[in-house]
Design a protein around this ligand. Structure first.
Ligand code: PLP
Length: 399
């Protein structure tokens, strides 16, 4: 045991000496545009630029009230998986609301989108099939694919020529069914998948399309219906996965939305669905209200777009290197992890709360601060944040 623990300690020491050690900071307030951050023993206010709280619904009073009502009417916990005695009318209502919102036959809930992605592939595809996956896909898609016996093909991020080559390869290998899997918005870079090209290739080669819209549903596309709506491909996406843990209230839970037989089979066979607890009633009730609010939230989406454009322009004018894009994810490139950590600290001291991303979350040499806009931020918050970025960047000699 002591040699084992010595080994673990040396791995930790290596992470630390590479400047890759992640330390969690604590908050003493609800999630929002302004938060209270605990540092040593004092609590400071900060502008928050790193939540996935795009629509600013995480602490919306109507959602809090709906969750309380759910708690009162349906109790605290389910203490069961869905198929034994863990399905309340509330869970079905939420699944139907998700399906109606995303214009699919039906939806199935999971404890998280990590589980939805972990459980969606294995029941649907076998060893005679092919999954063709974008190299930048979220870890949960990669893990979900690993759990299948299906043949795997990978194409460089957004490289449509390579995708076509892989589709041909899968055909040559005799694939029965082919599925292209992609993030709708790539979470670390913030750009949108080339869905029109992907769907065109899928049509030409007879492949299915699966899109994980975690960083899109609620705030991107018409009524926040996501990247399929934004890019005009609509129902050509066969399988959608998403989360209740970002735009749609930010609590927790994930889902798959698709044709009825697909959802029916997932209910029979998806392992994270069969072997994991039902969503808590308060979370289901709050999420149901969040979807209702998101559908009607054109005002919040307009604020989010305006903040995103202004923040992006402000940082560019100050001399920062950004990854180009049109989503509320605005990555500021620092390249080396220690620089990202130094900048994070400099911003923290000045009252802007961000998070540095470095290996293994992004490739080595591509460390960054991923900023995210939120409708919970005010115009002033965005202006102040731009000024503080410029000040901190100068202080550490970056710009
Ligand atoms: C956040 C995220 C997930 C995981 O969602 P959870 O509901 O938090 O498990 C999956 N895929 C993508 C693309 C994500 O951004």
């Amino acid at each position: 045991m002591s040699t084992f623990l010595d080994h673990i300690k040396s791995v930790l020491a290596d992470i630390e000496s590479d400047g890759l050690y992640k330390r969690e900071r604590l908050m003493a307030s609800p999630q929002g545009g302004r938060i209270e951050v605990v540092s040593s023993d004092e609590t400071r206010r900060a502008i928050n630029l790193c939540a996935n709280n795009y629509l600013g619904l995480a602490n919306h009073p109507d959602i809090v009230a709906a969750a309380k009502d759910g708690l009162d009417r349906f109790g605290f916990g389910m203490a069961s998986v869905r198929f034994i005695c863990g399905s309340q009318t509330l869970h079905r209502e939420l699944e139907k609301a998700i399906a109606a919102y995303l214009q699919k036959d039906d939806a199935i809930l999971f404890a998280a989108c990590f589980d939805a992605n972990g459980g969606v592939f294995e029941p649907l595809l076998g060893p005679e099939d092919a999954i063709i996956s974008d190299a930048l896909n979220h870890a949960s898609i990669i893990d979900g694919i690993r759990l299948t016996k299906t043949k795997r093909y990978r194409y460089a991020n957004g490289d449509m020529d390579e995708l076509e080559t892989r589709l041909k390869e899968a055909d040559r290998d005799g694939a029965r069914f082919k599925l292209i899997a992609t993030d709708g918005v790539f979470s670390m870079d913030g750009h949108v998948a080339k869905l029109p090209e992907i769907c065109e290739l899928a049509g030409r080669y007879g492949a299915l399309v699966m899109v994980d819209d975690c960083h899109a549903t609620g705030h991107i596309g018409e009524k926040g219906m996501g990247t399929a709506s934004l890019t005009g491909v609509g129902s050509r996406v066969d399988i959608l996965t998403g989360t209740l843990g970002k735009s749609l209230g930010g609590a927790m839970g994930g889902y798959v939305a698709a044709d009825q037989p697909v959802i029916d089979l997932l209910r029979q066979r998806a392992r994270p669905y069969l072997f994991s607890n039902s969503l808590a009633p308060a979370v289901a009730a709050g999420s149901l209200k969040a979807i209702e609010i998101a559908i009607g939230a054109d005002d919040r989406r307009a604020v989010l777009r305006s903040h995103s454009a202004r923040f992006r322009a402000g940082l560019e004018a100050a001399g920062f290197e950004l990854i180009p894009g049109e989503t509320p994810i605005i990555p500021v490139m620092l390249h080396e992890a220690p620089v990202a950590q130094e900048m994070t600290r400099a911003l923290d001291e000045r009252g802007v709360y961000v998070s540095g991303f470095f290996y293994p979350v992004v490739p080595k040499g591509k460390a960054r601060i991923r900023t995210q806009m939120s409708a919970a931020l005010t115009e002033d918050d965005v202006t102040i944040a731009i000024d503080i970025f410029a000040d901190a960047g100068k202080a550490i000699g970056l710009i």
